[in-house]
Write a protein that binds this ligand. Structure first.
Ligand SMILES: [Zn+2]
Length: 432
């Protein structure tokens, strides 16, 4: 459905008329710049009571008013969109994705064009911001820098650049400085031995990277697997635990530590699924919500019997399945204990389908025992706050008008996040 199809046509007509300039026509252009979305059930991303019958007013890409419909005065001449019976949530934020470096199942093919296409894909699924934690090229800067714009028609994007794995403190510092030079928003480090198959970066070297990043006020996110590493890194200043702890249950020491350090935890549950799900044809290969954007050629490659058999026979497959259970239990414990959670999926690498995987993650979080409201907050207001992203995440005046219109109430079941009627970024309806 195209809520604003009539509006864009009118805007073009108005713009053309303005070229010949006259007072009344100028007023007409003004009028089309303001849109009121009224009578919707609004969940604002802050975790409080929803507004049962609310109105959002959007002007020049930003929210200028949000509240109960009977308290909001809609400016004269504003275009109104009646959303009675519909649900509005803030556009979702993926705090751990990867953008632009993969095409189909092929890695290392970063391009601007690919990055933009993937940001559009995320937006179609209601993910209106992505933090890319690795494999971003220097030109990513230009894509980020042009997004503070009321004409934006894709997901917003922030980036970490190269993932830092170093052997010495000096080289770690140099790598951080290289990322500072490309104006990265985050520093991403990796402290993991990939199930005992590679040398793990030492905590001392990681600490050097963290200290160097903090000189430039850059938050540091870490790829980790083990509880012990997560604790040591937090003690050394780590800001963001970029994946679930997956080797064992989190304990009181970890909970106290991450809270004391104001650390953020990104679960990326669906990452585990991606490691084993293609051992057979996944159930979601018949989901129309998946198929609407999936590339049939990639699906054929994934359905190749030899490929599936190799995954099935891999001894790590069972470890990852078990790791998902541990990760889900840990998420529930940490959420119950008030740890800062930011929604994130690690989508973007081969066969981790951007957009759809975010909805699988929401489902896995619900399965883990989090309430739909807590999940939504972690994917909106809390994600923005915990990742330090400004003017997004909540539906409040002054923020960008990034939101999703749903047909069913996501508070009844998070699966209703899939009933997308429309996605709006900076006041613009995303073509989907
Ligand atoms: Zn990642």
């Amino acid at each position: 459905m195209n809520l604003k199809s009539n509006i864009s046509t009118r805007s073009i007509v108005a713009s053309l008329i303005v070229l010949t300039s006259s007072c009344s026509q100028n007023e007409q252009l003004q009028a089309t710049a303001t849109t009121a979305y009224s009578n919707a059930y609004i969940i604002d991303g802050r975790g409080g009571e929803p507004i049962v019958k609310g109105t959002l007013v959007v002007e020049n890409g930003k929210l200028v008013a949000v509240g109960p419909s009977n308290e909001i005065s809609v400016p004269n001449g504003a275009t109104t969109v009646d959303l009675a019976g519909k649900f509005i949530i803030p556009g979702m934020i993926n705090a751990h994705g990867h953008v632009g470096n993969v095409k189909g199942l092929e890695k290392g093919v970063w391009s601007r064009e690919n990055t933009i296409a993937q940001l559009k894909l995320y937006a179609k699924y209601g993910i209106t911001t992505v933090v890319s934690l690795g494999s971003d090229q220097p030109e990513a800067k230009f894509i980020r820098d042009e997004q503070s714009n009321p004409t934006l028609d894709r997901a917003r994007f922030f980036y970490a650049g190269n993932i830092i794995i170093a052997n010495t403190p000096e080289s770690a510092k140099q790598m951080v400085n290289d990322m500072v030079a490309i104006d990265a928003d985050f520093i991403k480090i990796k402290v993991d031995d990939n199930l005992g198959t590679v040398q793990k970066m030492s905590i001392g070297v990681a600490e050097a990277a963290i200290k160097e990043a903090h000189k430039y006020n850059l938050p540091v996110a870490a790829h980790i697997w083990y509880l012990d590493d997560a604790k040591k890194l937090l003690k050394n200043g780590l800001d963001i635990v970029g994946h679930s702890v997956r080797d064992q249950a989190v304990d009181k020491e970890f909970i106290d530590l991450i809270k004391e350090k104001n650390g953020t935890y990104i679960p990326t549950l669906v990452r585990e699924v991606s490691t084993y799900v293609y051992q057979e044809i996944p159930e979601f290969f018949s989901d129309p919500f998946f198929l609407r954007e999936a590339d049939p050629q990639v699906l054929d490659q994934l359905k190749d019997p030899t490929r599936m058999k190799t995954i099935w026979a891999n001894k790590n497959t069972q470890i990852y399945k078990q790791a998902l259970k541990i990760a889900q239990a840990n998420l529930k414990t940490l959420s119950d204990n008030g740890v800062r959670i930011a929604f994130g999926t690690d989508s973007g690498p081969p066969a981790r389908f951007q957009g759809y995987y975010e909805h699988l993650e929401l489902e896995l979080m619900e399965q883990a025992g989090m309430s739909p409201m807590k999940i939504l907050v972690s994917a909106t207001g809390a994600a923005a706050e915990n990742m330090g992203l400004k003017n997004i995440g909540t539906l409040e005046p002054g923020n960008w008008a990034d939101f999703v219109v749903l047909r069913e109430n996501p508070l009844d079941s998070i699966l209703n996040s899939r009933t997308i009627e429309n996605v709006i970024v900076a006041g613009n309806e995303i073509d989907r």
